[in-house]
Design a protein around this ligand. Sequence first.
Ligand code: 13P
Length: 285
Amino acid sequence: MTVVSSKKILEEALRGGYAVGAFNTSTLEATKAIINAAAKLASPVIIETSEGEFNFLDSNIIFDQVKDLSDEYGVTVALHLDHGKSLETVKKAVEARYTSVHIDASNLSYQENIELTQKVAEFAHKKNISVEGELGHISGSSEKHSEKIEINLSNLTDPGLAKEFVKETGIDILAVSIGNIHGVYTNPPELDLGRLERISKVKIPLSLHGGSGIPENQIKMAVKLGIAKVNVNTELRMAYAGELREELKAHPKEIVPYKILPEVIEEIEKVVENKIKLFGSEGKG
Ligand code: 13P
């Protein structure tokens, strides 16, 4: 197996009526856990890093780690930049051999968003790299928040603009804002599925960010309406930090990383396995 473009994985998912998980990593433990889970369930998978995660990881070795592990376990994988904010960051990811990039120009005006996204698509497509654009803005950070969700309605994706945005920019994947938010809050989000149905007329794979904490029935309905990629980060971070704390508390004298970390990997793996089953990509690798 090898590292492929996310367009290939996601177009197959859209045709097949399932979604593929895009799981964030910033450590080798998380990368291993994602690949292990995908291998166990014979699922394709997207491994992604935000700008912060990308800067923390050694960008020269992430591709090799992902490629070697996916070859070893026979997993179809895409390596994706999550929320790249500029052409410069996209270029760095391309240099690091990423096969897919998300350009998030959603904080700019509609016209500026089109212009930057178009530039990125032109650059990336020449190198056979898939491009995700974002219309509307998905807020929040991938953390456990102690407050309730607040969605600003003006941030939601305008279905009336979606077709034009896709056509003008030439993107392969569209990230939608339909009530989803990054992170886990004290109340679950409520997706605007009617809006999603109208957006889905663009007929390209749609990407649902903020996959942590969304009730399972809502995810299933969203997949039926054209969501082909679901991003998950916070629940993986919670598994990592939670299990690490438990391990250190249970074995306060233990200092050997390879004795502490296998349980951490296992906990992340469980989260990824559950998501793969929920998204319906089991056996599609
Ligand atoms: P969560 O942290 O809510 O899972 O969202 C992740 C994400 O959308 C990354 O872009």
